[in-house]
Design a protein around this ligand. Structure first.
Ligand code: ADP
Ligand code: MG
Length: 230
């Protein structure tokens, strides 16, 4: 079967010329369906740039990206936004919740954009909040929750529509170790349920708990290896 994700010779060059930054410098990689992968590297190594490419949020200077065998960078903006809505659940370091909506409202919002009816939206949202252990707090606003709880709302929002791919950029970057562990367990559970999960992190402890680690440095893949199974 063809890989879920296939990237070929991808470059992203900012400020071309004398002080150019090669945020991605000839990256080629494949990710199969159902993998749990960490993309790891120091700050400035190109992780978020790569995540933005994988998530169809940005286009490279050159290179190819096939998602499910389809050539992403030849798609129209509408096709790209359909892919983002239907295939990918995004989780960011900063939670990105809407302050005046409660947990349920935040999780429901992207389902509104997908045109899902209210009853189904509420069912999916409650189910997602239950999965992250937040059912008792569905009517709490972000300001009434801890950072770890807010990130669990963001995870629920990412998974409510059951996208096959979960992309998380430093999802635990703002969290204490207890909340980090909770988020990691949820992401592992999603992987066990068959999703393809990609976690971008600079934390080696997190990378040690995934199946595969892709290490990037100065925009290049420096190492790509599988963790030993426990
Ligand atoms: P990471 O997520 O690993 O910290 P990034 O992908 O954010 O790294 O950044 C990789 C490199 O690209 C860094 O040197 C960063 O300064 C540079 N960079 C990122 N975005 C831009 C931009 N919009 N304009 C110019 N340089 C950028
Ligand atoms: Mg980053």
């Amino acid at each position: 079967m063809e890989p879920l994700i296939k990237i070929e010779h991808m470059y992203k060059i900012y400020n071309p010329g004398d002080d150019e930054v090669r945020a991605l410098d000839d990256v080629s990689m494949e990710i199969q369906r159902g993998e749990l992968t960490a993309i790891i590297g120091h700050s400035g190594s190109g992780k978020s740039t790569l995540m933005n490419m994988l998530g169809c949020l940005d286009i490279p200077t050159s290179g190819k990206y096939f998602l499910n065998g389809k050539d992403v960078f030849s798609m129209t903006d509408n096709q790209l936004s359909d892919i983002r809505n239907q295939e990918i659940g995004f989780i960011f370091q900063g939670f990105n919740l809407i302050a005046n909506l409660d947990a349920l409202g935040n999780v429901e919002l992207p389902l509104i954009y997908r045109g899902i009816d209210k009853k189904t939206r509420q069912e999916l949202s409650r189910e997602a909040l239950r999965m992250v252990g937040l059912e008792p707090r569905i009517h709490h606003k972000p300001s009434e929750m801890s950072g770890g709880q807010q990130q669990r709302v963001a995870v629920a929002r990412a998974i409510a529509a059951k996208p096959p791919i979960i992309l998380a950029d430093e999802p635990t970057g703002n969290l204490d170790s207890h909340s980090t562990e909770e988020i990691l367990q949820i992401l592992k559970g999603l992987h066990e349920a068959g999703r393809t999960v990609i976690i971008i992190t600079h934390d080696p402890d997190i990378a040690s708990q995934t199946d595969r680690v892709v290490q990037i440095k100065d925009g290049k893949i420096e190492k790509d290896y599988w963790n030993e199974k426990e």
